[in-house]
Design a binder for this molecule. Sequence first.
Ligand code: NOJ
Length: 716
Amino acid sequence: MSRIETLLSKMSLAEKLGQLTMTAASYAVTGPVIAGDSTQSIRDGTIGNLLNMVGADHVREMQRLALEESRLGIPLLIGFDVIHGHRTLFPIPLAEACSFDPRLWALTARESAKEAAADGLAMTFAPMLDVSRDPRWGRSAEGPGEDPWLGARIAEAKVHGFQGHDLAAPQALAAVAKHFCAYGPVTAGREYASVDISERTLREVHLPPFAAALAAGAAAVMPAFTDLAGVPMTANVALLRGWLREQHGFEGVIVSDYNAIAELMHHGIAADLAQAATLALKAGVDIDMMSDAYRRGLPVALTRGWVSVAEIDGAVRRVLALKERLGLFADPFARGASAEAPEAITARRELARTVAARAIVLLKNDKSVLPLTSVGLRLAVVGPLADASADMRGPWWGAAGPKGHVTVLEGLRGMLGESGVSHARGVDIDGEDTSGMAAALDLCGLADAIVLCVGEAATMSGEAASRAHLGLPGAQREFAEAVFERCKALHKPVIVVLFSGRPLVVPWLVEKADAVLAAWFLGSEAGNAIGDVLLGHVSPSGRTAVTWARAEGQIPIFFGQRPTGRPADPKDHYTSKYLDVPNEPLFPFGFGLTYGKFTHSNLRVPQGGVARTDTLAIRVDVTNAGARAAEDTVFLFTHDKLASVARPVLELKAFGKIGLKPGETGTVTLLLPAAELRFLGLDLSPTFEAGEVEILVGPCADRRQLLVASIQLSSG
Ligand code: NOJ
């Protein structure tokens, strides 16, 4: 008999339910705490999994309890939210998406896994794969942005990065693809609210990143808190049992979100814990995170005849199988056995700096005010985010404390010296106190340029952080307006460094600033990376992975919209537009300036009929007509002009990068498997229709800036 079957044959019901229970160790708690002290339960074998336990010593002690003091000695599975780093923080996922660099996406996950595994952890509740087209939703910060194809590429890179080639390796973490699925379109962008989208949007937009995570071998999946058209994901038989397990053959573990099983009662589909537990188990949820619904509800459900022991055993088998795959039976102490070498930690910080610089999106650079290269440069670094170490972390900071994350002030002082950089906070991130403004304004006169650091606090995005107003909080606008006014009179340039977990709606700020950097939240090396870009040590290359609205009323806003029967026409009243704002966003998806000046030409697509098995090589020439070396990112979109179902006006299918010196020209080759041109037909099954498909290549999702050619799909 296998180890798992042997164990199962010996387990009591309470021990089985223990393997299906995950309890928080009171750290980074994101919901009601109901578990209390877990140590006795671990000894009793009635808690088999922990979350939020940090520190190799603690983990070792808990593991020892499970192994030496519980009857069956089954190792614990210990998970944590390692979202964008563990102790060393990389940019938040939305920022990292903007690097459009699959190698780095995987590398930061690998490094996060190593660091977390060195702390004894074996599972991360990541990657978060919720496509978000509504920046009011705070969790936009944690995900891949607005595009499903991009989300799929990030999903596979992250799963490979976290898990490596061998899940049993002591540096590997089990990845949990979350939140399955369609959590992003919560009604009105309000956290945890109901979701109601079409079956087509579900399949075309929200499922592809999960399909990619499964194809990459994700060990686990977490259902979303939300319901989809009345069926909470935690009890969604069609999607969990159907799509995930049956259609995709997923044999890994499904772990509920925090208290989500008990919340089925609030959703109004379960009368008590026994019913909630029954619904979740029947849908395929294996591990109950923090509801205690399985331990308390399933024994009742058994006596009522609602569930069978065989169903419970099925879930226990999957949990034990994951523990086996993770090597926990072979050596439960392998993770966290030894501290990391200092060089590994230093190298990780260097990686964090590289990635952070590549995640910055330069939104504006009037008269090439950046980079700031003059000798003897004096800067005034002002604003509430200029020296805000804790906020540099952004939402989800893992086990990283508030200190030690390089601020803009620290970064620039490190590069220019103490005397070259003056600083005043001006105002707080939030609140109405303006008493510090005058001191900050006084610094403007003494500086060559002003670096104005404004935006959101780290806690204003992430979980439970929806916002209805997407401008600058508190008195920051008043402060920024005063800085612009003073600097206009002084003829001093103002460079805005904008921190946020979402694309803010700040057209006035962009209008008045000389330069704007979207810095998102860049993690532990934020200030150094920002300094690198401001001073020209690095030419910015990030491209926004989300569309920036010019008014909240444009939300949801995204490039992959379907055409309308009445395209906007300023001369025709009865066309698709607003009376008070243009349809166009402030910045389209893919937008981002560099210190070069790129032009695209000579788009080449294959001639003749394209068969569904072909992979097309599409080429475009890129010239750097600017005065500085830089890296360009080229996007490939398609548009199926005539199909049985209206296709989006642009669909992202590939991107490529090229670094060019001033005056240099190079060619970018973009590969497009024709299979990517399939779409869901009228009956929602994948179809491949013959006919013309436009290939659009260029700098961003603005059709006017794209080169266009056509290919012909043949019917064969
Ligand atoms: C709730 C969040 O929705 C989820 O993403 C996270 O993994 C769990 N809490 C555990 O912290």
